[in-house]
Write a protein that binds this ligand. Sequence first.
Ligand code: NAD
Length: 369
Amino acid sequence: MPNHKIALLPGDGIGPEIAREAVKIFKLVEERNDDTSFTITEAPFGAGAYFECGHPFPEETKAVCDAADAIIKGPIGLSHEESQKIPVDMQPERGALLPMRARYQTFANFRPVSLPKALAHFSPLKPEVIGDGIDLVMVRELVGGLYFGAKEVGVNDAGLRYVRETLEYDEEQIRRVSHEAFKLAMRRKKVLHNIHKSNVLKSSVLWNEVLGEVAQDYPEVEVRHVLVDAAATALCLNPGQFDVMVMENMFGDILSDQGGGILGSLGLMPSSCKGPEKSYYEPSHGSAPDIAGQNIANPYSMIGSVAMMLEDSFGMTQESKNVWSAMQSVFADGFSTPDLSKPGAGVKMIKTDEFGDKVVAALAAMPRP
Ligand code: NAD
């Protein structure tokens, strides 16, 4: 019987609240699948880890992650004001998140942006713009570009403070994420939107060149090139034109948050981060300090990350589909967390743990895989 070792890093802010709901799903999936068990080991990560252990990515957490088959993490980070209490290099993204991405070389980040037509009322876009619903995947390069390049801070010859950050890609980094995007496009509609800024950035010129070479291996996929600024507008005006979008690290960071915006909430944004040996899974959003501790965060992003792990890391495709359906059924029954609806909009408002319990009940009622 396969035993899957999972590292669980609940994180900061709403992280522990939504991580609890993820654990409920793992437990039920284990009960429903006689041939599968999970060993879940929790470890500190993020700002809380810094205050508890003196480092946002402590050695003991590295050991837990190294030993795991897959990692699931909640969001990390504090409010802007609280972050100032942590030295710059120890702040959660610089001190924990980027080092984890580098450690496991999780080069391809998949962010589904999906809203069925029946849930169009959650979106700030007009129904006629949404049409048959929103269903696209952003593929973001995750371990290169500006976020990982050399940095320099100092005073220049004119006596002025300056900063220099480097945007660097080599062709192999571009090639490997391009292959992932083309493979995904082959499994979907065979259309790939390449998001770039080659009218200004030399890095995009190389990106497009290498992506064009990779395209030769996938002659059935139609490649459409869109400048990143135009893509931002197009996402609002006509999201239905996109199916798979591929882009470098910072473009993906920004555009995928916009993806959450057109759905109606970042709480609908799970993700998977694929590395050569292991993957980690996380909501695309941050730790939402504004709503932390109130049991009102939307756990869809975290439970969706569980569903992605079941399929991508453990090959449990049917059970993964069941988890997605169970979540959709909660919405279909007229319930949602407050991020997706205003009082009086006809939606029955529920708390984070109630959402998790309803997903559990819906999943438990489904035939076992
Ligand atoms: P955020 O994503 O935390 O929140 C933006 C808005 O979305 C807030 O109004 C928040 O309440 C809402 N939101 C986010 N997730 C939600 C959910 N599941 N349910 C309901 N509402 C949700 O962005 P921010 O406020 O700019 O950042 C807060 C902290 O998170 C910062 O320290 C930032 O650095 C960090 N951060 C971490 C990650 C990560 O761990 N991967 C990603 C982005 C930001």
